[in-house]
Structure formats: C-alpha cells, structure tokens
Design a protein around this ligand. Structure first.
Ligand code: GLN
Ligand code: ZN
Length: 775
C-alpha cells in the first residue's frame, strides 16, 4: 500500500470538477453483450473468467466511446458499472451485504441477485419512478459492516491503465438504507446510518489512496417522499452523514447527486454540509413541476459547492432544448461557474439513435438517446464556457430544428384528436353500479365465477410464427391462421377445464404495451432501443411522440373469432391508458393527462367495437396504476385524478349490460385503494396470492364492486394444490361476500408452461367447486 505524498494529496483535493459529465451510463452493452455473457455464465456455457473479460471489454469500450463523444476531461467519465445491479454493487462494496472473504466472487454476488437452491434471492423493486428494478438489501441488526473496496479500486486501476481517470459512483448512504428493508426481527435500517457512514469513510479513504480525485454519491432518496422516513427526517440524517463523511481528511472530493426530482428539506441539509459539488435534476419535466428550483439552488447552495446542472434529461428520449438549457443555467446565478450533466443516469435510455434505421425521419430528428445526450451535455457546457452557442453551432442547430418542427408537426397536434378530447364531458360516468349489475345478469354466471387474466402460455411455436412474419418468411394471412389455431386450442382448453368466462389467450401480442403502441397513431417503436429492466432483462419501450388515435380496430377480430367458438361469455382484453404510458417513453411537450385522455378515447372506441361484435365483457388492464404515482406526496392527488379519468373514458360509453373488468398487479395497492374504487369497474382482479389475501384486510368498507383477488401465484412454476387454493378462497370469503367474489389467478399466464397452467387451472376450478358446495 502506498501512502500519498503531501503534494499528491493536495493535488487530488484541488482538481476541479469537469465542466461536462454524465450522471451514469448504460452497462448492458449496445448489442446487449452483458446480457448474453451473464446468461451464458448462468447456463455454465462460459466461465467466471470469460464473464469478467466480457465485462472488462464493455467497460473499456464505454470509456472510449464517451471520450469520443466529448467527455475528455479527467473525472468526467462515471465508473458506475454493475454486473447485475448498482444497489447490490454498492451494498457489497460498503459491506452492508456480503460475507467475510476479502474478495467478492461471482458465487456470492449471484446468490444474492438470483438465489440458490437453499436461499431466496433478494427482493426486487422499482427504482424510484423508473422502470428499472433494483435488489432490496435486507439489513440485520447484528452483522458488522465490513467494507470491501478492493473490487472498486481494481476498476479504478483498470480504467487508469486504459488512460482514463474515471469517477467512481456509489449509491449514497442515506438512500442505500432508505431503500433497504429490515431482516426479520431487525430494527429500522436507517438506524444503522452512523455505522454505515463509517464504512463509507473507509471506502472513500481507499479510493483516495488509489489516487481518485472525485467520487459521486447519489442520494435520490432526498427527492422523494418515501415510507422509510419523512422528508425532514431524511434531510436531517443526510446532513449529519455528510458532515461526518466530509470531515475526513483522506478522501476524494465528493459530488453528491440528487437525480429524479427536486430537493426540498434535503437542499438545506446538503447546502449546509457543503460537499465539493452537488448535481441536481434540472430536466424540463422536473422544472415543469417545480419552476422555482434553479433560483432556490442559486440562493441556498454555498459558493464553495460547485453546482452540476442536470439540464439534459437522462430518462427520456427527446432532443434537448439547448437554448432553454442556457437560460436555466443563467438562473442559477453562477455565470459560467457551473458544470453540466444529465439529470439522471443514462441507464434508462437506449445507447444510440444511430442503431435505428426504421424510425419516421421527422420523429428521428426529435430524439436523443444516450450518445446524442452526451453530445448535448458537452455542447451546453462549451457554449456556457464560451458565452456563445456558436462554438457548438451544429448541436444548437439540431436542437433548434427539433423544437421547431416538433411544435409545428401535425403528428404532435392532430386537430381531430384535440377536438374530440375538448368535447368530452367534465364528469365521465356510467350508470350506477347496481343498475349495471342487474343488466349484466344476462351473462348467466354462476356464483363464484371463474376466469383467467388474459394471456395463455406463449409457446415456442407462437414466438416462431411472430419471428417468421416479421422476417417475411410467412405472410400475414398465414400468421393470422396460426394465431386462430392457437385461439381455438385455448378456447377448447378453457371449456374442458370448466372456466366460466373465456379469453382468447393473447397469442398475437408480443407485449401488452408494445402491441397497442404498434396499432395506434402517435407511437413509434425502435428496432434496437433496449434498456435494462433488471439484471440481464431488457425491454424496448415504445416512443409516444404525438397525438394518439386509433386508425382501425385492434383486438376485435381476435376476440370475435374466439366468441364464435364457444357459448360461454368471452372477455375482450385491452391494456389501459396509464399502463401504456408507464411502459413507454412519453412525450414531454404536454402534461401526461393529455395523452392519457387521448388513449382513453381511442380505447373507448375499441370497447364500442367489441360491444358491436357481441363481446359482453371487456377487461382493461392497469397493472401500472401504482407505478406512476409521483415521488412527492403533494403531487399524487392530481395524478390519480387524471389517471382515473383516463380509465373511465375507456369504459364510460359502454352499455350497462357490458361488464367492465380491470386488473392490477406488481405493486402494493394499499395507498391507492380509493383510486382503484374510483375506476368504477364492475369487476377488479388483483394480485393477492403471495401476500395471502393481506390486501383484503385494507379493502373492507366501501368497495362495492365485484372482486377477484388472485388465488394462484403465477410468478412461480409451482402448481398450487386444491387444498391450498380452497384455503385462500375461504380467506377471501371472510372479507368479500360470495355474491361479489370471483375466482382467478394473480396475473396472465404467458410466462408459464402448459403443463403447469393446465394442472393449476384444473385445481382452481376444483377448489371453487369445493368451496361453493360448503356454502
Ligand atoms: N392481460 C394481461 C395478461 O394476461 C395482463 C398482464 C399484466 O397484468 N401484467 O397477460
Ligand atoms: Zn397482472
């Protein structure tokens, strides 16, 4: 171990923060190289060493690319690589998780991430209001924290060997604990903050020792109202934590990051702790919510703290308005003494627009993915330094053109669509529930009716047919015939199993959101715009760029075909407006309530067409209703209002005799039960098996519509037995009267295999029969 000389030490502590940087960068690889390497390693097709060398190449390629794109200053490139998840990486580095061995090996790492025969993996949940999922550290009381900075230090050295001084990025201590959960019987994770801060101090000392001048600690917990602790308490904890951390001598300079929103109490706390630099989210979407933020920052942050302005949106795909960015920078009141960055890590956007060849040309001009955003950051920083946008004329010209053509485009402002939403009533309401209930008697359903949530297993044959039609190996007609065969099989199976309400099985859908995006005006989809969802999993979110309309019926032919094959009622299947928005890149030139209402109208037309085709039941899935809930509590009511209205727009024109279902899953819904009720669906199916009907305890009073708490947990390959299913059903019956209770799985069956599904559904019907006989 070398000790720094006084000169080296002083030099590190004086190194200025770079003028242009990014908060973080994707790690999955432009061609999803990391995904493939991870999956090959898990399948024992490549060794740990081969996985390491794939990761090594990915890191060096990323550094090289970022330099070429303009991040050439020392410490401008973030060292934020994660093999599986960045929260797990930090937790291991600072010793919040993990064992005794000095070396963190892949066995230990992947056991936490993915579980083993003997142990469950860590729980996974959404990272703030993004579609990225992190691993939730489980914190016990007693275990000592044993930091293991060696791995991060080795990555610093690897970068340096490649000629790059990269800035290590860690999740900050307050956020790490605020996002953790207590191990069974343990106290509140945040109570271990002082100990954890000591562990961070040791990691920082090791990085200092390794010659690191700047480290980045991200504290997004300070921009959210979290259940873990009230904002003011978190802020107080942060102030203490950073005073302690910054009080140490042998440390790199510290950039604290506050992505995903605006600081409130946390601003005073961080301003008073005064790290060497503070990165803040100044993206247009965030400023629209809190326009005074730049002025507050200018006022409160002391001059000795360098402001690092996140003017370039890191989580959406629109070309930045660079001139607008310069204005925001000016309101900070620091002249050119400001650095520029992305508002959040670029983890949430695809690598580069250059990989896309099929985008509509006008739309392509409005977009910036990660590479284009790096160019924007650099251009903004250079223009600020020069006091003149002309030094980056090309970037500014692209930005100006995007702004102009986007605002003037008939695709972003479709007069017919606007006229329709403008003409909508203020209150959208169906007949009263009881009246609908009476009209729906025509369905002739038995007590405790059984149904599924919509999809049946997506077999290799279905996937192959889809790949074939996309590649032109088979024609549209042949494809449709294959799908109809599949639908016929699924309908027959449901009749044999004795399910009361039948679905067509959704074989034609690649994904419940992308499928609708492909059939609606206002959306486009990418060919290679993959973003990491968790671990090795990626999604390709559609891009909502304009006013939404429906050129033709989308689901009707499939549902109608199914209905022609059976005497049982067939349930049509739509994805709701909020879920379509939640899983897409959304336009940022209108409040989300605008496309939400447009989607409501378009899907309402689909409901009308389904009715006309004789479909008596329509389910509108809103699994993401909870996901878009704003991070700040005071913004939640307004969100829920437009979200509920959008859903009601889908259903409100339906006849009383048409039964509207909705379905929710993936979240805990306690916080939004009132909003769920306000959707005014006739039947709500909701995930409940994992929590053993816990949800129903919170429902009780008031919820008057029919309810289908899932009794079969479809996230597991396990086939639940009749006894177990009957038990859950009896538990549900203690809360919901038999006249209002439905019997169904937790969610769609598309990820499961037929063997399990058939057995489980057979047991589900048997459990229903048994419980009904008991009554
Ligand atoms: N209808 C969809 C399905 O069954 C619902 C999926 C979901 O809720 N995630 O697949
Ligand atoms: Zn679901």
């Amino acid at each position: 171990m070398t000790i720094l000389t006084a000169d080296q030490h002083a030099h590190l502590q004086r190194t200025p923060f770079p003028r242009a940087t990014i908060a973080g960068y994707p790690r999955i690889g432009p061609e999803r190289e990391l995904k493939r390497a991870l999956e090959a390693h898990w399948a024992d097709r490549i060794t740990a060493g081969e996985l390491d060398s794939a990761a090594h190449s990915l890191r060096l390629d990323a550094y090289r690319r970022l330099q070429e794109l303009g991040l050439r200053e020392d410490w401008a490139i973030p060292l934020d690589f994660a093999l599986y998840d960045h929260v797990l990486e930090t937790a291991l580095t600072v010793g919040l998780l993990g064992g005794e061995a000095a070396h963190i090996d892949h066995g230990e790492y992947f056991a936490l991430a993915r579980g083993t025969q003997e142990r469950q993996p860590l729980e996974m949940t959404k990272w703030f209001d993004t579609n990225y999922h992190y691993l939730v550290p489980e914190v016990a009381d007693a275990a000592p924290l044993r930091p293991r900075p060696e791995r991060l230090v080795a990555l610093v050295a690897e970068a340096r060997d490649a000629g790059v001084l990269a800035r290590p990025v860690l999740v900050g201590p307050v956020t790490l604990l605020a996002l953790s959960k207590a191990a069974p019987g343990a106290g509140r994770p945040l109570d271990r903050l002082p100990e954890l801060v000591a562990a961070y101090a040791r990691v920082l000392a090791a990085l200092h020792e390794a010659g690191v001048a700047w480290v980045q600690l991200d504290e997004p917990a300070l921009v959210a109202d979290l259940d873990a602790a009230p904002d003011a308490e978190l802020a107080g904890l942060a102030e203490d934590a950073y005073r302690t951390l910054l009080g140490a001598q042998d440390r790199p300079q510290v950039l604290v990051g506050a992505p995903y929103g605006t600081l409130r109490a946390g601003l005073g706390a961080l301003a008073s702790a005064a790290p060497e630099a503070l990165a803040v989210d100044l993206s247009p979407a965030v400023l629209a919510q809190d326009p005074d933020y730049p002025r507050r920052l200018g006022r409160e942050v002391p001059a000795r703290t360098r402001l690092v302005a996140g003017c370039i949106d890191g989580r959406n795909v629109w070309t930045a308005e660079l001139r607008g960015g310069l204005e925001v920078l000016a309101t900070l009141g620091r002249g050119a003494d400001v650095s520029v960055t992305t508002s959040t890590s670029l983890l949430h956007v695809p690598y580069t627009l250059a990989a896309e060849t099929g985008l509509p040309v006008d739309v392509a001009g409005w977009l910036s993915f990660a590479a284009e955003k790096v160019i924007e950051v650099e251009a903004l920083a250079a223009a600020l330094a020069a006091g003149d946008p002309a030094v980056r004329a090309e970037a500014f010209a692209r930005s100006d053109r995007a702004r102009r053509t986007r605002a003037a485009s008939g695709r972003t402002h479709d007069a017919a669509v606007r006229a329709r939403t403008a003409g909508l009533p203020a209150r959208v309401e169906r007949e009263p529930l009881a009246q609908r209930r009476a009209a729906q008697e025509r369905l002739g359903l038995p007590e405790l009716p059984t149904t599924t949530i919509g999809s049946f297993p997506q077999t290799p044959e279905i996937r192959r047919a889809r790949a074939d039609v996309r590649a032109g190996r088979i024609g549209e007609e042949e494809y449709a015939a294959l799908m109809r065969e599949e639908i016929a099989r699924v309908v027959r199976l449901q009749e044999q199993l004795g399910l009361d309400v039948v679905v067509h099985g959704e074989p034609e859908r690649n994904d419940m959101v992308q499928y609708f995006a492909e059939h609606l005006e206002g959306f486009t989809t990418t060919a290679r715009g993959w973003v990491q969802s968790y671990g090795s999993r990626c999604t390709r979110p559609p891009i909502l760029f304009g006013d939404v309309s429906r050129p033709a019926p989308i689901t009707v032919p499939w549902s109608q075909y199914a209905a022609g094959l059976t005497d049982r009622p067939v349930k049509g299947m739509l994805t709701g407006p909020v879920t379509i928005l939640a899983w897409s890149f959304v336009r940022d030139d209108e409040p989300l309530s605008v496309p939400a209402a447009q989607l409501g109208v378009a899907l309402g037309d689909e409901v009308a067409d389904l009715e006309r085709a004789g479909i008596p039941i329509v389910q509108v899935d809103e699994p993401a209703l909870r996901e878009l809930l704003p991070l700040r509590a005071d913004a939640r009511a307004a969100y829920l209002e437009w979200a509920v209205r959008a859903f009601r727009l889908v259903a409100f024109d339906a006849a009383a005799a048409t039964q509207i279902h909705t379905h929710l899953c993936y979240s805990e819904f306690g916080q939004i039960l009132t909003a769920i009720e306000a959707l005014d669906a006739d039947v709500t199916s909701i995930e409940a098996a994992r929590s053993r009907m816990e949800l129903l305890g919170e429902l009780e009073e008031g919820f008057e519509s029919q309810l289908g708490p899932g009794i079969y947990d479809i996230h597991s390959p396990r086939v639940p037995g009749v006894d177990e299913l009957a038990e859950l059903l009896r538990a549900a019956l203690t809360r919901v009267p038999a006249g209002r209770l439905w019997v169904n799985p937790d969610c769609g069956l598309k990820t499961r295999g037929y063997a399990e599904v058939e057995a489980a559904l057979r047991n589900l019907v048997a459990a229903r029969d048994r419980v009904r006989a008991e009554a």
